[in-house]
Design a protein around this ligand. Sequence first.
Ligand SMILES: Cc1cc2nc3c(=O)[nH]c(=O)nc-3n(C[C@H](O)[C@H](O)[C@H](O)COP(=O)(O)O)c2cc1C
Length: 195
Amino acid sequence: MTQTIGRSPSLEAAGVDPMFLKRWSTRAFSPEPLSQTEIDTLFEAARWAPSSSNSQPWLFLYATVGPEREIFNSLLRPGNQTWATAAPLLVFIAARKAGAEGRVLRTGQFDTGAAWMSIAIQAHKMGLYTHAMGGINIDDVHDTLSLPRDEFDVIAGLAIGRLGEASTLPEDLQAREKPNDRKPLAEVAKLWKAS
Ligand SMILES: Cc1cc2nc3c(=O)[nH]c(=O)nc-3n(C[C@H](O)[C@H](O)[C@H](O)COP(=O)(O)O)c2cc1C
């Protein structure tokens, strides 16, 4: 099921590729499972993200069903549990703090952000939906998933799946099932001039 959205058609006319405008973060996931091939394709897209010195600091730990998935669900904040537990794929995203020679990876989180966006765009191209979540129990993710604090930054959770029915969501979340807007371009990109 795909959904047409009304996000800024004028931007498409301005040359922004529709894949950037049509991606949005649903909370209404269909529980229909993803195939292992689909899952592998998503992470393969992430693998090709650029990173400082090609350090590839990202780590994606994922669960689909069963006791592992129950554990993953428990690591979400309650507000996110209300909807993200329906998604067939739940991911926790971490970034390594140091490279192979112990060199501090100053841009590790930035690089990992690029990798998550690669997943988001790849998913969109496959007709799938992604929803990142900062609302996770960071300490519990470290402890439960064996991610030592001196080695990893735990960054976010990520729900992935096909679009479901908004009617399955609580009413307050149903009202939020639409793409949102952005700050004006002039606020985020400025031609710098020496004063
Ligand atoms: C790092 C990150 C953390 C987020 N945390 C949450 C969250 O905990 N719960 C939630 O419902 N949405 C969360 N979101 C979704 C954002 O609210 C959403 O991406 C933003 O409003 C832009 O909307 P769009 O993705 O539909 O374009 C998060 C997004 C990102 C990138």
